[in-house]
Design a protein around this ligand. Structure first.
Ligand SMILES: [Zn+2]
Length: 406
């Protein structure tokens, strides 16, 4: 019985609540009882005690007991709206979305509540839908809230998050603009990212002109890294090789850490005519040649640039070049990353340089430390092995950090 009750507590609570609400509904209709003033005062005292107890349970993490206390309060005073809100919130945080929804719906449907309370209930209902993954309904309900009062930062922010998640870039853009107005904070970087994501969809469809127009809009807001990478892709798709080279050079000068990623994103497939694709591939091959020939000292001091070069050499089966580059680099840099050392060891094995392998493995083992994933979010710590411009966990833009991974 104990265990059963534990497992089904919220179901029992909901049932009891329904019975109580039903009872109150009929009692009110039937007799229209009015409570005496003295009775009201005692209710108020009892209710304060209930809230105190429930709050303490919540602080102690005892959700079940808190729900029980709140139910007591419902029993005492049917007009206590805060109780319903608190109960709805508890059901929602307990994952019982349908029960939270029915509580908030019943609040909205009430006749004798203020418009402010109705709006609060509507907002809670939107959050229920949102948390329950019913995104269409969440969007609709959040928008209903905004129809009443547009100046609500958290509601606009929620719509931004949803539209970005479902990659509706037009609406994501609209609500970011609204957010910058409501929140009085600059959203230019994020809007640039959103416009780049939209422009990318045109690139993938081979609609380069439309892509370029969208990208210009993105640059107007902020020159984000993603905007620059897409600009480079456009240069490969429809510009000259000289243009592509100088775009790449500028890009690396400012963001050398993205070197490897730049090249892997240039390989992404897109729809275009055979002729267009061929031209793109030819320019890309020339761009790689240009990159491998870069001798700029500042750029070569960056381990990310060296790693990108080594990977391109290896992909072109130029192990000897990769070996010479790394040998020289490791000779000048006292504390190279594990990933560079590991690449070096792999190349040594490929080239049959056994003696050097043994020395390098010893060095590597001395320095080796474990890492979980290739990338992580500087804002919330989210780990991933793929690039994310918008963190899937905390929804911040461009918080990605690189971890050197073997
Ligand atoms: Zn994050």
């Amino acid at each position: 019985m104990e265990v059963w009750l534990q497992d089904h507590l919220l179901a029992v609570v909901a049932f009891v609540l329904t019975v109580i609400l039903g009872h109150l509904y009929f009692a009110e209709r039937g007799t229209g009882i009015k409570l005496s003033k003295r009775y009201r005062n005692s209710i108020f005292e009892a209710q304060s005690k209930v809230f105190l107890n429930a709050t303490q349970y919540l602080i102690q993490g005892k959700k079940d007991l808190a729900i029980r206390e709140f139910l007591n309060a419902v029993d005492i005073n049917r007009e206590t709206l805060e109780t319903y809100f608190a109960l709805g919130g508890l059901f929602r945080s307990n994952g019982e979305i349908d029960k939270a929804i029915s509580i908030h719906r019943s609040l909205i449907a009430r006749e004798n509540i203020s418009e402010a309370t109705r709006l609060q209930a509507l907002k809670e209902l939107a959050v229920d839908f949102d948390k329950g993954g019913m995104l269409d309904k969440a969007i609709e309900t959040y928008k209903d809230v905004l129809k009443v009062n547009r100046d609500q930062y958290d509601v606009v922010a929620a719509l931004c998050r949803i539209y970005e998640s479902i990659e509706d870039w037009d609406e994501a853009y609209n609500y970011r603009l609204l957010l910058s107005r409501v929140g009085h904070e600059n959203q230019a970087e994020t809007i640039s990212h959103i416009l780049v994501e939209k422009a990318k969809t045109y690139f993938q469809k081979g609609e380069f002109i439309t892509c370029e127009e969208g990208l210009e809009d993105a640059f107007r807001f902020a020159p984000s890294v993603t905007a620059k990478i897409l600009y480079l892709k456009l240069a490969l798709a429809k510009g000259s090789i000289d243009q592509a080279n100088s775009v790449l050079f500028e890009l690396l000068k400012e963001h050398s850490m993205y070197a490897s990623f730049v090249f892997s994103s240039l390989e992404e497939p897109f729809n275009a005519t055979e002729k267009q694709r061929q031209a793109y591939q030819e320019r890309l091959a020339a761009l790689k040649e240009f990159f491998l020939s870069i001798t700029d000292e500042e750029l070569l001091a960056s381990p990310a640039i060296v790693l990108a070069k080594v990977r391109l050499f290896k992909a072109a089966e130029k192990n000897q070049e990769a070996y010479e580059l790394l040998k020289d680099w490791l000779g000048h840099n006292k504390n190279p990353s594990d990933v560079l050392r590991t690449e070096y060891i792999k190349i040594l094995i490929d080239l049959g340089k056994q003696d050097e392998v043994i020395g390098q493995v010893g060095e590597l083992l001395n320095h080796l430390h474990q890492s979980l994933a290739r990338y992580f979010c500087a804002h919330c710590g989210y780990d991933a092995d793929h690039i994310f411009w918008r963190c899937p966990q905390c929804y911040e833009w461009e918080t990605i950090q690189f971890r050197w991974k073997v």
